[in-house]
Design a protein around this ligand. Structure first.
Ligand SMILES: [Zn+2]
Length: 235
């Protein structure tokens, strides 16, 4: 095979590897973003969970305060009834109020106890939930670190290949190098194989003259239609 053509094929091999690595690195980046989003979702869910507990505890505290306030009111009314000299009508009214408040107090105390119990139970569940949240988060973070490590490794390989590419380019005559680079910018495969008298790049039939030159293999031949470098497998 023509020596320059061999160098073009070497360069093309390097470019294919770079292209493959670029795809892999891109896939890893997508996966990394997906994991980062999962960590964020995990943190959001945990914040919501804590908020749920906080609301429950606040409701229990509010109910307990209501119990205290009601109790204070009963004591104040009772004190007035016991110690003050008040008109009969007002006394009757206060007694009624005390009775109503006592009834209410009983109900409030029940509700407060239930809420405090719920909040205490939820506090225990919260401890367990936090452990589970931390475990899940740590697992995702580990997976993310693994992916980042793998990506950095591939990026190092890619850098090495880019260095190889520069060397492979330098080995080509400048007009060939320029032609290759132009093709490389516009098509994914600057090199095409000749199959059944056809260029594998553009799938058009090649003239007899071009086919003969490819067969002879003495020079670098390009497709007359798409300008790709041509080579035949049997050489
Ligand atoms: Zn072609």
């Amino acid at each position: 095979m023509n020596e320059v053509l061999e160098k073009i094929l070497d360069l093309w091999e390097v470019d294919k590897s770079i292209h493959r690595l670029k795809g892999l690195i891109g896939d890893l980046r997508v996966e990394e973003e997906r994991l980062k989003a999962r960590i964020q979702a995990e943190d959001r869910a945990w914040e919501e969970r804590k908020e749920k507990y906080k609301k429950l505890r606040l409701a229990a505290n509010a109910k307990a305060r209501e119990v205290d306030e009601t109790d204070d009111r009963i004591r104040a009314y009772q004190k007035k009834l016991d110690e003050d000299i008040i008109p009969y009508k007002e006394m009757e009214h206060l007694r009624e109020q005390v009775a109503l408040l006592r009834e209410r107090l009983e109900k409030l105390e029940e509700e407060a106890l239930q809420l405090i119990e719920e909040a205490d139970m939820d506090a225990k569940r919260l401890v367990q939930d936090e452990k589970e949240h931390q475990t899940r988060r740590a697992q995702i973070e580990q997976a993310l670190r693994d992916l980042e490590g793998r990506r950095r490794q591939l990026e190092a390989e890619q850098e090495e290949l880019i260095r190889k590419r520069q060397e492979a380019l330098k080995k080509l005559p400048s007009h060939i190098m320029e032609h290759y680079e132009r093709l490389h910018e516009t098509v994914s495969d600057p090199v095409a194989v000749v199959e059944d008298g056809t260029c594998s790049g553009c799938h058009l039939r090649l003239s007899e003259i071009v086919l003969e030159r490819v067969r002879e293999g003495r020079e670098v031949v390009i497709c007359e239609n798409c300008s790709r470098f041509l080579f035949s497998r049997w050489r």
